[in-house]
Design a binder for this molecule. Structure first.
Ligand code: 5GP
Ligand code: ZN
Length: 112
């Protein structure tokens, strides 16, 4: 399977690693939309949030633990945003589950 995030997870494509363990890896987005813009992904290939079920949801909880850890480490004490775009209408462009952790500026809602 030709998946860019699987290649990042395996180390085949080098990236700026922010956090890594046996289940997940977090790295800087190459097109940052905020002063802090980190992508957190499971190492296992899951296409999107639409594929989450009771057999694979534990990694999502773990990703949220890692998001909070990175937010603390990056000093995002004023707040931050965690987003997962799922499917075409949400603008998902990479079809390997990922969570955007963004901070360091103010955000609008629901966009921006
Ligand atoms: P999506 O649009 O699917 O929600 O988010 C995909 C994100 O992956 C985008 O913010 C895009 O900038 C980022 N991205 C795409 N290709 C690469 C890559 O090769 N390396 C890194 N670090 N980020 C990437
Ligand atoms: Zn993948």
């Amino acid at each position: 399977m030709d998946c860019i995030f699987c290649k990042i997870a395996s180390g085949e494509i080098p990236t700026t690693v922010v956090y890594e363990d046996d289940k997940v890896i977090a790295f800087n987005d190459t097109d940052p939309q905020a002063p802090v813009h980190v992508l957190i992904i499971p190492k296992e290939h899951i296409a999107s949030m639409a594929e989450i079920n009771e057999s694979n949801s534990a990694v999502v909880a773990h990703i949220f633990e890692v998001a909070a850890l990175i937010a603390r480490e990056k000093g995002l004490d004023n707040g931050f945003r965690v987003v997962s775009n799922c499917g075409e209408s949400a603008g998902q462009s990479v079809h390997h589950l990922h969570f955007h952790l963004m901070g360091g500026r103010d955000f609008g809602w629901p966009a921006g």
